[in-house]
Design a binder for this molecule. Structure first.
Ligand code: NAD
Length: 435
């Protein structure tokens, strides 16, 4: 199969590299010349464990190419994946489809012979119809099918998720398109990954429903954590207790500072918007959005309360900026809102993150970025853990305490225990757990 991927971001790059690894001939296209130049030199523009060897091996063996020349890549492709961004549209929360529609127009102009155009970007129900109409308007004579194939990979575990997915959802009614997609995913099918064929609209909705459900699970346990603090229960034990029930499941039941990232915030907003427009409001999802938004500020309030509301001039050392570990992605990361709210209250912020400081520095330039957790803690009144990077799980607490001015440890990811923190001399605060 000859495959073109339009948009070489987190999803396009991982998909393209993995398809090449399956044996297909792939060209990843992007408008960003610097990104393409870097990739040609095997420099990976994102932090994604395990990606670099796949890119370099497949590039060396001639199955993976990077280009800004969309027409050339599309012309020779049997299948063209659209993997461009679908950010929130300012003002109304609807997914901004301008990148998708522009990509469709460019693809239409270059298509040659029967071509399957597959939307991998997360797009609202009915976008497949829009893409089809856009291509049809530009090329009334063209032989093509438009398919929905949403992506479920998680940043930080993207290669494994792509190669060992729980399921592959393919939305099409066309037998020809189905045959092409089956061929593309054949190596995974041989590995027994379920291929789920649905209508295009159903497939588009599955992606949003999945993300909204996961966001709801996180938000649910976060509210239970608040209740635990009030009534003297332990949220980790509650999560364990309910998670053992197979109908509930243990995953996504970790209380914390609220969900963030490049997907859940915008996808929940877009789904709520779609539902409102369809006259079938999703009140649970709307509530999840507002509860999660409020939570980030509540976390800043939690820090402030430890200092009796007197944060002015206090130094807070923040460990973790990315929205989760193993990525450099800081889009909608809770740390950003929390830091801004702490600064509004007059706090001085030092911060350390293993991968997120480069991106963060573009947004937060009034933060002192540090070498490591110990450098970050130096002279601080409080240490605030926001992201549960592996390297934050076994910190030398007595050493940290000695380096700090104060003795406050606020652990928004519940990675330490009260007794060990207290043993090191800390006044320890966590989420949904009392001493
Ligand atoms: N990031 C994730 O974890 C994830 C997971 C599942 C689904 N998704 C969805 O996948 C889509 C892409 O997300 P992402 O995080 O990879 O985005 P991204 O912003 O990292 O990458 C998008 C890329 O598309 C390029 N681009 C835009 N228009 C183009 C065009 N006409 N021609 C060529 N290149 C073009 C941009 O330059 C950019 O490099 C979104 O809809 C997102 O919701 C993302």
């Amino acid at each position: 199969m000859h495959i073109a991927i339009v948009g070489t971001g987190y999803v396009g790059l991982v998909s393209g590299a993995c398809f090449a690894d399956f044996g297909h001939v792939v060209t990843c296209v992007d408008k960003d010349q610097a990104k393409i130049d870097a990739l040609r030199a095997n420099q990976i523009p994102i932090y994604e464990p395990g990606l670099e060897p796949i890119v370099s091996t497949n590039q060396r063996q001639g199955r993976l190419r990077f280009s800004t020349d969309l027409p050339a890549a599309v012309k020779e492709a049997d299948a063209v994946f659209i993997a461009v961004g679908t950010p929130s549209r300012r003002g109304d929360g609807h997914a901004d489809l301008s990148y998708v529609v522009n990509a469709a127009k460019e693809i239409a102009a270059a298509m040659n012979g029967f071509t399957v155009v597959i939307t991998k970007s997360t797009v609202p129900v009915g976008t497949g119809d829009t893409v089809e109409a856009t291509i049809r308007a530009a090329r009334p004579d063209a032989d093509f099918e438009v398919v929905s194939n949403p992506e479920f990979l998680r940043e930080g575990a993207a290669i494994d998720d792509f190669k060992r997915p729980d399921r592959i959802v393919i939305g099409t009614d066309s037998a020809r398109a189905r045959a092409v997609l089956s061929e593309i995913y054949r190596p995974l099918y041989l590995n027994q990954a379920p291929l789920l064929f649905t209508s295009r609209r159903t497939s588009e909705l599955i992606k949003y429903a999945a993300n909204a459900f996961l966001a709801t699970k996180i938000t649910f346990i976060n509210e239970i954590a608040d209740l635990c603090e009030k009534v003297g229960a332990n949220v980790q034990e509650v999560a364990h207790g309910i998670g053992l029930d197979k109908r509930i499941g243990a995953k996504f039941l970790h209380a914390g500072p609220g969900y963030g990232g490049s997907c859940f915030p915008k996808d929940t907003l877009a789904l709520a918007r779609t539902a409102q427009e369809a006259g079938s409001a999703l009140r649970i999802v709307e509530t999840v959005i507002s509860v999660n938004e409020a939570r980030k500020l509540a976390m800043a309030r939690k820090v402030s309360q430890v200092f009796d509301g007197k944060l002015h001039g206090r130094t807070v050392a923040v460990l973790g900026l990315t929205f989760k570990p193993n990525t450099d992605d800081i889009r909608e990361a809770p740390a950003l809102s929390i830091i801004a709210a702490l600064q509004d209250r007059g706090a001085i912020i030092r911060a350390y993150d293993p991968q997120g400081m480069h991106e963060s520095a573009k947004i937060l330039d009034t933060v002192t970025y540090c070498e490591d957790p110990y450098d970050c803690a130096a002279g601080a009144d409080a240490l605030l853990i926001v992201t549960e990077w592996e390297q934050f799980r076994a910190l030398d607490l007595p050493r940290l305490k000695t380096l700090m001015k104060g003795q406050i440890l606020i652990d928004l990811r519940n990675i330490y225990r009260h007794d060990e923190a207290a043993h090191a001399g800390f006044e320890y605060h966590s989420v949904g757990r009392r001493p």
